[in-house]
Structure formats: C-alpha cells, structure tokens
Design a binder for this molecule. Structure first.
Ligand code: GLN
Length: 239
C-alpha cells in the first residue's frame, strides 16, 4: 500500500488526558511495524477537516471545562461526523469525547453540554468520581483500562455497548455495561491509554479502516505483543 493511512487526532489540545495520545501512537506504530505508511492530522477547534478523508479518528478525555470549550465546535461538525460514521470511518472516542458523541452531558453542577448523538446515550454527572482500573469482557477479549469520570452514561435500549464490566464501573456503575459501538465508531471510558494495552482492539480498528479502503481482508501481519499483554495483566491486577 502506498497511500498513507490517515490517522486523525480530534481535539489534541483540549481533550487528551491520562495519556490518551497513546492511542494515536499505538495505531501509528502498529501500522509502521507492518510497513504501512501513515499520515497524522490534528484537528482542533476551527480547523477545517473532511472526516471522510480519515481512516481512523481518535479523540480523548477531558475535564468538564474542556468539554464545554469544544462543544460548539463539535456540534458544528456533528452532521459531517454522522456522514463519516455512516460511511464506515473508524472512530475511537474516550471518556469526555465518548460522552459528547452521545446526545448530551449534564454535569454535576447542572450545566448541560450538548453532544452530537452518534451514540444513543446520555450522561449525567454524579457527586462521586468513578476511579480505578477496569476489566471488560468484550468481543476483543478482556479489555483493560483506567477510568476516572463523574459522568454516568446510560445507553438507549437499542444502543450496543462495547462489553460487560468484570471489574470497575464502566458506563454508570450499575448497568454492567461499558462503552458503546455504532458501526465502526467506538466509545469507551477506558484511558490508560487503552490501545497500547489492548492490541486486539487496536488491530481491529486498523482492519476496519483498511476494509473500508477496499483492501483485501488479509490478516494483518502478526506482531510480538508480549509486552502489551504484560502491561494489560499488570493493570488488571491493580485496583
Ligand atoms: N469530565 C467528564 C467526567 O468527569 C469526563 C472526564 C474524563 O474524560 N476523564 O465525567
């Protein structure tokens, strides 16, 4: 393949906590290790970008104030993001952006931050934060990550989750659900960052992206994931 795989990082300036940039780095490295060329694009508020030109879009978490700061820009991009999701572009949204890919986030102090409704979900801030390592039973195996959020996310009955919480809180600490998935758009509370420790999930995003380009669904060359597995096992042991 000679055309570079386009990795788009949405709101790197404001939405990038707990090492969420590691998701971009993991995708980049896993492509480069397989000799697939990569182009990284960053998109902050006001930057022009056609999401259908991206192969994978990653977006991280942020404090309520950062979410408020990017909300109007995100809402403006809403229709374009919906078109990209419908066209099969792969997205990974974490925590603060996951919440805003739902319909809205009502913070603990009662302010409402509008979302774009890619996920049938709403989030309500609570008085306590949900903090710690999480283990999620999912189609990609057990996913491991670190959560830190006050928001409780409730999925609509027909909204698919990413998986079931085995340890930790996940979406709301009650439903047993973690994350959401609509077409190739994934949302999750897992920081850590999530992709370096969960290579099966990283490779699945890459596969989805390559399939959209019409690449033969050939198996990606396998990589030595010994360190990644050790990192996941170490995090899964910790509270
Ligand atoms: N501000 C949001 C919350 O506390 C998201 C936090 C985050 O992205 N870690 O729920």
């Amino acid at each position: 393949m000679t055309v570079p795989v386009v990795l788009a990082h949405l709101y790197p300036r404001r939405m990038n906590i707990y090492g969420d940039i590691g998701n971009l780095l993991a995708l980049r490295r896993r492509l480069e290790w397989r000799d697939l060329p990569v182009r990284v694009v960053t998109i902050d508020e006001g930057d022009r970008f056609d999401f259908e030109e991206a192969d994978v879009v990653v977006a991280g978490g942020g404090e309520d104030a950062s979410q408020l700061a990017i909300a109007s820009d995100l809402v403006e991009r809403g229709p374009a993001i919906h078109r990209a999701v419908a066209a099969g572009v792969a997205f990974l949204t974490v925590c603060g952006t996951y919440q805003l890919f739902g319909r809205r986030f009502v913070t603990a102090d009662g302010s409402e931050i509008p979302g774009i409704g890619v996920f049938g979900a709403e989030t309500f801030g609570g008085g306590t934060r949900m903090i710690g390592n999480v283990v999620v039973h999912s189609p990609w195996g057990d996913l491991v990550g670190f959560e830190n959020h006050s928001g409780r996310t409730r999925l609509d009955p027909d909204q698919q989750s990413l998986g079931k919480v085995r340890r930790g809180n996940g979406n709301d600490g009650e439903s047993g659900q973690e994350g959401a998935i609509t077409r190739n758009c994934l949302g999750t509370y897992l920081h850590g960052s999530v992709l370096p420790k969960n290579p099966a999930l990283a490779d699945d995003l890459i596969r989805r992206a390559l399939a959209r380009r019409g690449a033969a669904p050939q198996a990606l060359a396998s990589l030595d994931d010994t360190m990644e597995r050790q990192a996941a096992a170490a995090a899964a042991e910790r509270p």
